[in-house]
Design a protein. Structure first.
Lengths: 447, 321, 182
């Protein structure tokens, strides 16, 4: 009986197991199992895009210059991002001036044949002498559809601005991130021992002098609405902090005892953090845009400078020498929690928090030279992005895809730009003298 | 007592028979090899459909007018405003698979500058791409976690386990080879076997890509599995990789992004279907993977003896690492 | 009557002149104009006075230049620092001891201490580091009894190198606290 009952039990279990096995078998069969192949390294690092000359809607051959310029500027804007490969116009199978680029006539095969994945067509019509009407369309040659189209009207010399607008459209449409083509870069240019702030377009063009002091000016910082700029100047003999409206140029000066340096604006607010040393050593304070101290953010004997706000405005990354050497630290403003971020190297300075919030670019001294490095804002291993010459002052583009910085790789210090992963490093500006401390503005929506 | 014993015996006999049949099936079913890749449980293949041609894009031409620089360095003179702006009616001829309602947006007219920007831009000196993997990490890098996948059991092991199965299979293949390279009945059978043959494998050690090969190994001979392996890591991979256009920078330097697509390759290399198995969350990456496969159509012919080949392709830029 | 008056007057003039002539002859200085002799004497005296004056001036100048030298040395002797450091070296302390001495002697003077760095660090960090250097020097002088009100600090970071070179010697020269008399 004992044996029997055990036998029954055994039988029961077996049957159950069988049933369960079958059930498992069936359910396993439902979810497919396949071979797997992983690709990690794209062979084509840039997306091939074709930008033929604009179509000349006037019979006037004088307009040809504009048709070419429109395509040229659009091409250089797209190339600037580092994400696109502009296909050689001489290889195109289609003459833009013949009717093949009329929206209804586009033969996508002509474009996929030359490996274009996207096509930007445009047309330009001059009217009333110096007014123009420009139309742009972005096509997906592969899926054979129109992605975005825009028509612009304005003065003839507005063409570049229209092109910039459509460049923004293209980037936004393809990547979902706002383009940077309306942004500006402020930087310092040094000529015969005098340093002044200059401001240029995102691509280094149109540089104009902003401050006209016979003195030393440092560390320009844009407010997140792009309306204000803060900087340090020695106009009155010592480093004071200036907060000025970009256009009207009015503003305030913070002239506390000691050094008043390294401003950084709180995202979305008319407030900024800066390092002031009136208490005896440099500490970081929160200030209003009118220059009033709101509160002290650091409290430590020794150097605390260079705050950089997280995009949510809740934390600052800053440089502190509290551990003996200048290293990056992160401070949570509300909780007061402090975390040391960098541990490798003896001098890590100039933090700049990425607009996406996930990473922090900074200058780290390696083998006696500063290099640009990037580290996760949660800590971890830094990644070195520059290797040639002395590289300083990283500043993210508003979309977080590019980093502008200064470098001595070609001799004197100049402004360079690269992608956020260190590719496509190139010089942006070469003015007489030396250029340093670039600072990228926010993306202006309308320009 | 007797009856009870008899009933017991009968039950036992029936159960034994059932088991014998079941295990027999298990043992002799040609495609009983332990499964390797299991799609993420959250994703059922049949619930993912082939992406329809993208038509969620803006198909409208939106008129705009140019504006003045809102942040001129020097206070810019206020230039005259441009003339009226009329919305452009989208041209009906624009070929879009599925046309969406064009949305015409008129933006307020804006000011116009009077100075054309001077191009102070210096020469652009693009440097050879410093690839992420060339970048020196200051401290030893952590290995990127590989996608969680089913481990493979070494082919050899399996072969040993069921040597007679293989023998049988080889014999079968040999005969089928003599007949024709493609047998629709066999293909159908293979498909069925494949469906049944997938058995969950319990041990899931981390594996790197490509340690297993061939589809439903039990189905094919060692030779064919080898050929498939060569195909997979040779012509197949090469064609796709050459057509994959993506900038790792567009992934924001993230290392954990991956899009997975299930691709069915027919015997002649034509792509039968592409389905997203897992999206990465980055539209640009998802699109680039789809294009890479589409652009590779047709792929090189499959090794002889395979009616079709289904494979999951994962695309994820190595990013900063 | 008139004539006799004239004669008397003439005699009155001539006689004394004879008398003097006799006296001169006895001293063997005959033949010299008496007025000439007088001017010569005055000249000698003037010369002597001039000599005296020159000597005095020379003495003053010497004294003056010693003071100036001290002053000059005060402003040109810099306090140097190690790389990325604002800590005083023994040499630096010696320099500061001399400065304190001078400041004690020249109670009316006040000073601006400028902090400087070599070019290697980043711009803003160097402003902070330069300030630490200036402040350290100032505190040392305070400890030696120099009033706080006579000492100001300002950091110039890496903006004002004295040696434009790109080597250790140049950098060492540029890492300094500078003293400027207000």
């Amino acid at each position: 009986m004992n044996l029997k009952s055990r036998f029954f039990k055994f039988m029961f279990k077996t049957t159950l197991n069988t049933a369960v096995s079958f059930f498992l078998l069936i359910s396993a069969a439902q979810s497919a199992e396949y071979d797997y192949l992983k690709f990690t390294n794209p062979f084509i690092k840039k997306i091939p895009i074709a930008v033929p000359d604009l179509r000349n809607m006037n019979a006037d051959p004088a307009v040809n210059e504009l048709t070419r310029r429109g395509a040229d500027r659009l091409s250089s804007n797209l190339a600037f991002t580092g994400f696109f490969k502009l296909l050689d116009r001489s290889a195109f199978l289609t003459d833009p001036q013949k009717n093949e680029l009329i929206p209804s006539n586009i033969k996508f095969k002509n474009w996929t044949a030359i490996r274009a994945e996207y096509l930007v067509t445009g047309s330009i019509k001059v009217f009333e002498g110096d007014m123009i009407e420009v139309e742009f369309r972005l096509y997906d040659t592969f899926r054979e559809n129109l992605k975005v189209g825009k028509r612009y009207k304005g003065w003839k010399n507005d063409l570049d601005r229209m092109v910039r607008r459509f460049s923004n459209e293209i980037v936004f449409n393809l990547t979902g991130i706002k383009g940077i083509f309306n942004s500006k870069i402020a930087f310092i240019s040094k000529k015969s021992k005098k340093k002044d702030i200059y401001i240029c377009d995102f691509d280094g063009s149109n540089a104009q002098r902003y401050t006209k002091t016979q003195s030393i000016t440092l560390s320009p910082a844009w407010s997140s609405d792009g309306q204000w700029i803060a900087y340090t100047s020695y106009v009155r003999g010592k480093p004071d902090l200036y907060i000025r409206n970009i256009i009207q140029k009015h503003g305030v000066v913070i002239r506390k005892k000691g050094s008043n340096i390294t401003p950084d604006w709180v995202p979305g607010r008319f407030e900024l953090a800066a390092s002031l040393s009136f208490s005896g050593d440099p500490e970081i304070y929160l200030l209003t845009g009118k220059g009033k101290v709101v509160k002290r953010l650091t409290n430590n004997r020794g150097i605390d400078i260079s705050p950089s706000w997280s995009p949510d405005g809740k934390k600052i990354a800053f440089v502190s020498k509290r551990s003996g050497t200048p290293q990056l630290h992160i401070k949570n403003i509300s909780s007061g929690g402090l975390q040391r971020l960098t541990f490798v190297g003896k001098q890590n300075t100039q933090p700049c928090w990425s607009p996406k919030g996930d990473r922090i670019a900074y200058s780290g001294m390696l083998k006696g030279l500063n290099q640009i490095l990037v580290i996760s804002s949660k800590g971890g291993d830094p990644v070195q992005l520059t290797f040639e010459g002395d590289n300083e002052s990283p500043s993210w583009s508003p979309d977080g895809n590019l980093i502008v910085f200064s470098s001595t790789r070609e001799g004197v210090s100049r402004i360079y730009v690269m992608t956020a992963i260190g590719t496509d490093q190139r010089r942006l500006i070469a003015l007489p003298g030396q250029q340093s401390e670039p600072s990228w503005s926010p993306a202006f929506s309308n320009n | 007592m007797e009856r009870e014993e008899r009933t017991l015996l009968l039950t036992f006999g029936v159960s034994l028979l059932c088991h014998a049949i079941f295990f027999g099936l298990m043992l002799f079913w040609p495609s009983q090899s332990p499964a390797r890749f299991k799609a993420p449980s959250a994703i059922h293949v049949d619930m993912v459909s082939l992406p329809a041609p993208i038509n969620d894009v803006q198909t409208a031409i939106e008129p705009e007018s140019a504006a003045t620089d809102p942040v001129p360095v020097e206070a810019a003179p206020q230039p005259p405003k441009p003339d009226e702006i009329k919305p452009l009616i989208p041209e009906p001829e624009i070929k879009i698979p599925e046309k969406t309602e064009p949305e015409v947006k008129i933006e307020e007219p804006e000011k116009i500058p009077d100075k054309p920007p001077k191009h102070i831009q210096a020469k652009v000196k693009p440097k050879p791409d410093k690839l992420p993997n060339k970048i020196v990490s200051l401290t030893p890098k952590k290995k990127t976690p590989k996608p969680k996948l089913k481990p493979k059991t070494a082919l050899k092991q399996k072969t040993q386990k069921s040597s007679n199965v293989i023998k049988q299979a080889i014999a079968k293949l040999e005969t089928s080879k003599k007949k024709a390279s493609y047998d629709p009945v066999k293909a159908k059978l293979d498909g069925l076997r494949k469906k049944l043959g997938k058995i969950k494998n319990t041990d899931t050690p981390k594996r790197s890509e490509g340690t297993y090969s061939g589809q439903s190994r039990g189905k094919f001979s060692l030779a064919l599995a080898g050929k498939l392996n060569i195909y997979k890591y040779g012509p197949l991979r090469d064609s796709i990789v050459q057509n994959w256009a993506f900038n790792p920078g567009l992934a924001g330097g993230g290392t954990d992004l991956e899009v997975q697509l299930l691709v069915k390759i027919m015997a002649n290399g034509k792509i039968g279907s592409i389905e997203y198995v897992k999206r990465s969350g980055n539209a640009m990456l998802d699109e680039s993977a789809y294009r890479a496969i589409k652009k590779s159509d047709p792929l090189p012919r499959l090794p002889k003896g395979l009616p079709y080949y289904e494979i999951v392709m994962g695309f994820g830029p190595s990013g900063l690492n | 009557m008139q004539r006799s008056l004239m004669v008397i007057l003439t005699l009155g003039c001539i006689l004394p002149s004879f008398l003097t002539t006799v006296a001169c002859t006895t001293k063997k200085t005959a033949g010299l104009n008496p007025s000439e002799t007088l001017s010569k004497k005055a000249e000698a005296a003037a010369e002597e006075r001039r000599q005296q004056q020159l000597l005095e001036e020379a003495g003053l100048a010497e004294q003056q230049s010693a003071i100036a030298q001290e002053r000059e040395r005060f402003s040109t002797d810099n306090v140097h620092f190690a790389y990325d450091s604002a800590i005083l070296t023994p040499i630096g302390q010696n320099v500061l001891n001399r400065k304190a001495e001078w400041l004690r002697k020249n109670l009316s003077e006040s000073v601006i201490i400028g902090g400087h760095c070599d070019e290697r660090g980043t711009t803003e960090y160097n402003v902070a580091l330069g300030e630490r250097r200036a402040v350290t020097a100032k505190k040392y002088l305070n400890d030696l009894g120099i009033s706080d009100s006579r000492l100001k600090t300002v950091s110039y970071g890496e903006e004002m190198p004295i040696d434009m070179g790109n080597n250790e010697e140049a950098w060492a020269q540029n890492r300094r606290a500078e003293f400027n008399i207000e």
